[in-house]
Ligand binder design. Structure first.
Ligand code: ZN
Length: 437
C-alpha cells in the first residue's frame, strides 16, 4: 500500500478530462466559448455530473446553480453530519466569450482527480470533501462576476442575482430554468471547514521566475474612480492657445505625472489603468469643455492604496492649477485587499515541498471565487504558470506537467486540511471582506 505522502494524482487522466471538457464550446482558434448558463455551460455541467456520478459522488445543486459533488467522510463517527463540515475544492466551468481552456476547468477537474485518487487508494478522510462548480464566475454574460460564490457567501442577494440580465434581456432566473440547473439546495448558510482553489496564474510571474507553484496569500485590493476635468469650450480656430482653459491639456499632464509616480513610487505591485476616456462635446473643431477618465488603482496593501489615491489627487491638482481647470474625483467602487487563511497558505506551501515542487508566495491580481469563500471559511489558492501569462484569450495554455503539479499540490494541501481539526478552523478568518474583479 502506498504511504499517504507518496500519493500522486494520475496526470494523464486529468489531462484527458481537461481535453474532453475543452471540446464543449471549442472555438476554431483553440479556445472555448462557454458563457454562464448557456447550452455549452449545460453540457459542461452534465459532463461534470456524469464524471462525479461515476465516482459515486452525490451531486446537489443550489438555487443559483452552484454544483456540489460530495464524497462522505467516515461513517459511524457518531458525530452529526453538521458537526463535520466539508472541505470544498473547485472553481468554475464557464468562460469568457473568447476564453481559454484552463481558466476555471483546471480547478474543478483537478478537484475531481483528487477525489478519484483518494478512491483509488482507499483513503478515507476525517471530513467530507465536496467538489464545487461555482455558477457564473466570469460575469461576461450576466454581471457581476463571481456570482454563484457571491450569493453563497451572502455578499450578493439571491433575488438580485436571479434578476440580473444578459444583453438580450434574459434573466439569470430564466436562464437557469432553461438549462435545468436550479437546484433545491438553499444557497449557502451552511458551514464549510475550508476551501481550496487551483487556478492558472493568468499573469507572467511564475513562468518568468521558472517557479512551478504559486502559494497565493491573498488578492490585491482595487479602487475605481471617475475623474472629470472641467475647462471651457472654445472655437478651435479663433481661440489663441494662451486664452484657452483646455481640460485636455490638463489631462495630458495628469496622465503622464500619475503614471510616472506609480511606476516610480509604487513598483512592483502598484497598478494604474485608465480604461475609458471621453471628451465633451466631442466635436473635432471645439476645444472640449470637459473630459472624463476612469481610474483603476490596485495594490495588495490597503495603506499603500491610500498613498496611491493621494498621489492621484496631487497629480490632478497640479495639472489643473497649471491650466486653470477644475477637477472632481468620484468614488465608483472599493474592494479592500483579501488575505487568505494562514492555515491554508501553510498547507499549500507544505504540499508543494512534499511533492518536490519549487514554490513562491504571491498575491492574485484578478478576482476569484475564493475571494467570496474567504468570507465564510478559511480559504487558500494554488497557482500554476500559464504560457506567456496569457489568459482571457483563446491562446491560453499550460502543459500537462503543470496541470499535474497543481493537482498534486491540491491533493496534499487537501489532505492536510481534512485531518481532524481544532475548533478554530471552523470559524471564518478575521480579515476584511473584499476582492477585485
Ligand atoms: Zn477563473
Amino acid at each position: 500500500m502506498t504511504a499517504i505522502s507518496e500519493l500522486r494524482v494520475n496526470g494523464d487522466r486529468l489531462w484527458g478530462r481537461l481535453e474532453e471538457m475543452a471540446r464543449i464550446g471549442a472555438t476554431p482558434a483553440g479556445g472555448v466559448h462557454r458563457l454562464a448558463l448557456s447550452d455549452e455551460d449545460r453540457r459542461a455541467r452534465d459532463l461534470f455530473r456524469a464524471w462525479a456520478g461515476s465516482l459515486g459522488l452525490a451531486v446537489s445543486v443550489d438555487g443559483i446553480g452552484n454544483m456540489f459533488a460530495r464524497r462522505e467522510g467516515p461513517e459511524g463517527t457518531g458525530a452529526p453530519a453538521e458537526s463535520r463540515p466539508p472541505l470544498v475544492l473547485g472553481s468554475h466551468l464557464d468562460s469568457q466569450p473568447t476564453g481559454g481552456r484552463f481558466d476555471g476547468p483546471l480547478g474543478v477537474l483537478a478537484a475531481l482527480e483528487v477525489v478519484e485518487t483518494l478512491e483509488e487508494h482507499g483513503v478515507r478522510t476525517a471530513r467530507p470533501i465536496e467538489v464545487v462548480n461555482w455558477t457564473n464566475e466570469e460575469g461576461a454574460r450576466f454581471p457581476p462576476a463571481m456570482m454563484g460564490s457571491g450569493v453563497f457567501s451572502a455578499r450578493f442577494d439571491l433575488a438580485d442575482a436571479l434578476g440580473a440580465t444578459d444583453p438580450d434581456g434574459m434573466t439569470v432566473s430564466d436562464a437557469i430554468d432553461r438549462i435545468g440547473y436550479r437546484g433545491a439546495l438553499p444557497v449557502g448558510g451552511r458551514p464549510i471547514a475550508a476551501a481550496l482553489e487551483l487556478h492558472i496564474e493568468q499573469g507572467p510571474i511564475l513562468e518568468e521566475d521558472g517557479c512551478e507553484i504559486g502559494v497565493v496569500t491573498g488578492v490585491q485590493g482595487a479602487r475605481w474612480f471617475d475623474l472629470a476635468i472641467v475647462g471651457e469650450e472654445a472655437h478651435a480656430g479663433s481661440t489663441p492657445m494662451s486664452r484657452r482653459t483646455d481640460p485636455v491639456a490638463a489631462l495630458g499632464r495628469f496622465l503622464v505625472d500619475v503614471n510616472r509616480r506609480v511606476e516610480r513610487d509604487f513598483a512592483p505591485h502598484g497598478r494604474l489603468t485608465f480604461g475609458v476616456l471621453a471628451a465633451e462635446p466631442a466635436s473635432r473643431n471645439t476645444v472640449p469643455g470637459r473630459v472624463t477618465v476612469s481610474v483603476d488603482l490596485r495594490h495588495p496593501d490597503d495603506a499603500t492604496l491610500d498613498d496611491m489615491e493621494d498621489a492621484l489627487r496631487e497629480a490632478a491638482t497640479d495639472a489643473c492649477l497649471e491650466r486653470g481647470a477644475a477637477w472632481r474625483l468620484d468614488d465608483v467602487w472599493r474592494s479592500p485587499p483579501v488575505r487568505f487563511s494562514g492555515r491554508c497558505i501553510d498547507a499549500v506551501r507544505a504540499a508543494a515541498d512534499l511533492c518536490g515542487y519549487s514554490s513562491m508566495p504571491m498575491v492574485a491580481g484578478a478576482g476569484h471565487d475564493s475571494v467570496h469563500t474567504n468570507d465564510v471559511a478559511p480559504t487558500g489558492m494554488i497557482f500554476v504558470p500559464c504560457e506567456g501569462g496569457i489568459s482571457h484569450n483563446e491562446a491560453e495554455n499550460i502543459t500537462p506537467a503543470q496541470a499535474e503539479a497543481g493537482a498534486n499540490v491540491l491533493l496534499h494541501a487537501a489532505l492536510r486540511l481534512v485531518e481532524p481539526t481544532p475548533a478554530d478552523m471552523l470559524s471564518a478568518p478575521t480579515n476584511q471582506p473584499g476582492g477585485a474583479a
